[in-house]
Each structure stands twice: as structure tokens, then as C-alpha cells.
Design a protein around this ligand. Structure first.
Ligand SMILES: Cc1cc2nc3c(=O)[nH]c(=O)nc-3n(C[C@H](O)[C@H](O)[C@H](O)COP(=O)(O)O)c2cc1C
Length: 360
């Protein structure tokens, strides 16, 4: 029996197999208010029908100042609970499970989405669309509450879990990273200071959703940038996470790390964050999710059997082939047909994500 198709848990949430759809911004919400509709509902239901064990929604913005790009789905207001609930109900009616990823973009919000961004410290850099100003202490406190209120809405909308986004250079990641956080007050400085925002967000989320609701994190373990977070320090942060009240960790990269790598065409390029996962396996007893270039059933099985990770997460392969898990289970397909060129985004309003790569 393949380990890939056995159940396992993240906190109190039982997932029927080990295949997770990693958070994928769907670009399917009303650009004005972030409300999702039928397009998102059918994308999620298709993933359930294709055999994904747990869907993680695309990142949902917790506050208008943290909207990362046009057509991002929102979770910043109680008005969004009902439209989200309709999508979640459709997933449940189809027999699926779904978590919501909550996020604030901080310095990394497109100009089209937010005019004037915030970051732990003032920053301007080539990889940013616009310079960011230093966030005030009042704003920090307001946003910690905004994450908690977002998590409450996630639970009220019926999602099975909440994932806090602390990777890919967004606000929480910016606080953790010594490259983007040069504060000298209690929100910066040493490991305790730089993890304070992450710890406070986690504490306030947990307080809102209660002790039994599954809360997990996508964590950018290293920045891939001079003066940024190193894997060794990232691993130290991970060893603190069970105590923070988290139920699981998805390991990814941080500020400017190449978290969406291209050209994964053979097994040797797959599982590109495996070294990071291996580094933390013995530092935490929490379930670990590996993401990044997972493409073939053989590599997935090997990663699970070795004990390096407990779940396999995929993004681009499930845009191309939402039914990949079922095909792998049936033994009719061994590898994703995704060529990892990242042509999934769309600049055209209303189009949403889709695979635009030529067939192999
Ligand atoms: C179109 C697209 C949208 C993405 N949206 C998100 C997101 O909302 N939240 C997130 O944490 N990662 C997001 N990612 C990153 C993926 O979740 C994943 O970490 C990365 O693509 C590597 O996995 P893959 O090789 O299976 O694609 C996105 C990636 C792509 C290509």
C-alpha cells in the first residue's frame, strides 16, 4: 500500500491522504472588494474531485493595506464570511477538506493593489514595486488583531483549518528577517524580537479559534539574500513552534528565496526544499509538509517513507492537472505533466490562474 494514500493528521484535522494543494492565489475574486464567487467554487470542487486530500486556499488578505495583487480574495471583513462559506460548503458537499491561508503583504503589495506599503523598517529594493515606510507600533497592534479576526472569520466560514503565511517575503516573513527588520525596539533585534510579531499573531489567532481548531504555518526558513535569514536561524525558530500552539509547518523559502523554481524536468531537480525539511525534522515533533518541485510519485513516496516529511504539497502541477492525485492512485500516471515554467498567472482581469504552457 502506498503511503501517499494513507490518512494522517494536522492537529485535530484528519486528512484522507498525504497530498495537499499548496496555497495558490487563484486571482478569482472581485477586484474591488475581494469577494469570491462561482469561478473559485468550481476550481476548489475540481480539486476535491481530482483526489487532493487537503486544499489550502490562495492567500486571503486580512486587511486592505495588505492586499498583494489584483483579484486577491479577502478575509478582512465579516461581509466576506458568507461568500467564502458558499465555496467552502461546496468543497464539503463534494467530500473534500479545505484550509484558508491568511496573509498581509507588507512591503510586497503591487502598486495596483495598494498605494503606499508598510514594512518593519523603511525599505527600498530592486525587487519591490514601491518603497515601503516603517510600520508604527499602533499599526502592529492593529494588524495582530486583524490576523485574529481573519482567523475567526475562517472558522465561521466553515474552513477546516487556518494556515498563517510566514513565507515568501510577506509581512510576517519581513519581521523575521534581519534584512527587512532593522528595528531597535521590542519588535526587532535578536531572535526573540524578530519572532515577536509571528508569536503574537499565532497567540491571538489561537485565542480566537480555541485550542482544538487546527492552526498551521507556511514558514520561509531562509531568505536566500545577503544579510537575510539563514536556514540555521530558521531552524531555531521552528523548534519554538510547537510551544507557540501551532499544529504543523509547511517549509518554504523567504524574502527573495527562489520559492517557485522553474524547470523541474527530472527527479534530481524535484523536492528542492528537502534539505531544509531534513534540517528541522529532528527539531520538532510537529507534522511537516514539504513543498517545492514535488512532481513524481516515486519521489513523493521516498520522501514520506524516509520520514523526512508527513505531507506532500503541490501548487503548479494541480493547476495543470487537478486530477493528478487520482491518476497517481490508480497507477495510470507516475509524474506530473507540469514543466514548471510558471506560466500560470494572468494579467487579464476575470481570467484567473490556468496553465498556459505548451504541451510537452
Ligand atoms: C500561480 C501561483 C500562485 C501562488 N500563490 C501562493 C499563495 O497564495 N500562497 C503561498 O503561500 N504560495 C503561493 N504560491 C507558491 C506555491 O504555493 C508553492 O510554494 C510553489 O509554487 C512551489 O510549489 P510547486 O513547485 O508545486 O509549484 C504560488 C505559486 C504560483 C505559481
Amino acid at each position: 500500500m502506498s503511503l501517499l494514500f494513507t490518512p494522517a493528521k494536522i492537529g485535530s484535522l484528519e486528512i484522507p491522504n498525504r497530498i495537499i494543494r499548496s496555497a495558490t492565489a487563484e486571482l478569482m475574486a472581485d477586484d474591488l472588494d475581494g469577494k469570491p464567487g462561482e469561478q473559485l467554487k468550481s476550481l476548489w470542487v475540481n480539486l476535491v474531485k481530482g483526489g487532493t486530500g487537503l486544499i489550502i486556499s490562495g492567500h486571503l488578505y486580512i486587511h486592505p493595506s495588505g492586499k498583494c495583487h489584483p483579484e486577491m480574495t479577502g478575509i478582512y471583513s465579516d461581509d466576506l464570511i458568507q461568500p467564502l462559506k458558499e465555496c467552502v460548503d461546496a468543497v464539503h458537499n463534494a467530500g473534500g477538506k479545505i484550509a484558508a491561508q491568511i496573509n498581509h503583504g507588507g512591503m510586497q503589495c503591487d502598486k495596483k493593489a495598494v498605494d503606499g506599503t508598510i514594512a518593519p523598517s523603511t525599505i527600498d529594493d530592486d525587487f519591490l514595486e514601491q518603497p515601503a515606510r516603517e510600520i508604527t507600533i499602533d499599526e502592529i497592534e492593529m494588524l495582530i488583531d486583524a490576523y485574529a479576526q481573519a482567523a475567526r472569520r475562517v472558522k465561521e466560514a466553515g474552513f477546516d483549518a487556518v494556515q498563517i503565511h510566514a513565507a515568501h517575503g510577506y509581512l510576517i516573513n519581513q519581521f523575521i528577517s534581519p534584512y527587512t527588520n532593522q528595528r531597535t525596539d521590542k519588535w526587532g533585534g535578536d531572535l526573540q524580537g524578530r519572532t515577536r510579531f509571528l508569536r503574537e499573531v499565532t497567540r491571538s489567532v489561537r485565542e480566537q479559534v480555541g485550542p482544538d481548531y487546527p492552526v498551521f504555518m507556511k514558514f520561509g526558513m531562509e531568505d536566500g539574500k545577503d544579510g537575510g535569514l539563514t536556514a540555521e536561524t530558521g531552524a531555531k525558530m521552528i523548534s519554538m513552534m510547537a510551544e507557540m500552539g501551532l499544529d504543523g509547518i509547511e517549509i518554504s523559502g523567504g524574502v527573495e528565496a527562489n520559492s517557485v523554481q522553474k524547470g523541474i524536468r527530472n527527479a534530481s531537480k524535484e523536492a528542492y526544499f528537502r534539505p531544509l525539511v531534513q534540517l528541522v525534522r529532528r527539531k520538532t515533533g510537529l507534522p511537516l509538509i514539504i513543498v517545492g518541485g514535488m512532481r513524481s510519485k516515486a519521489v513523493m513516496e521516498e520522501v514520506l517513507t524516509s520520514g523526512d516529511a508527513d505531507f506532500i504539497a503541490m501548487c503548479r502541477p494541480l493547476i495543470k492537472e487537478p486530477n493528478l492525485p487520482n491518476l497517481m492512485k490508480a497507477g495510470t500516471q507516475e509524474t506530473s505533466a507540469c514543466i514548471s515554467s510558471s506560466n500560470c498567472w494572468s494579467e487579464i482581469l476575470g481570467e484567473g490562474i490556468s496553465c498556459k504552457c505548451p504541451p510537452l
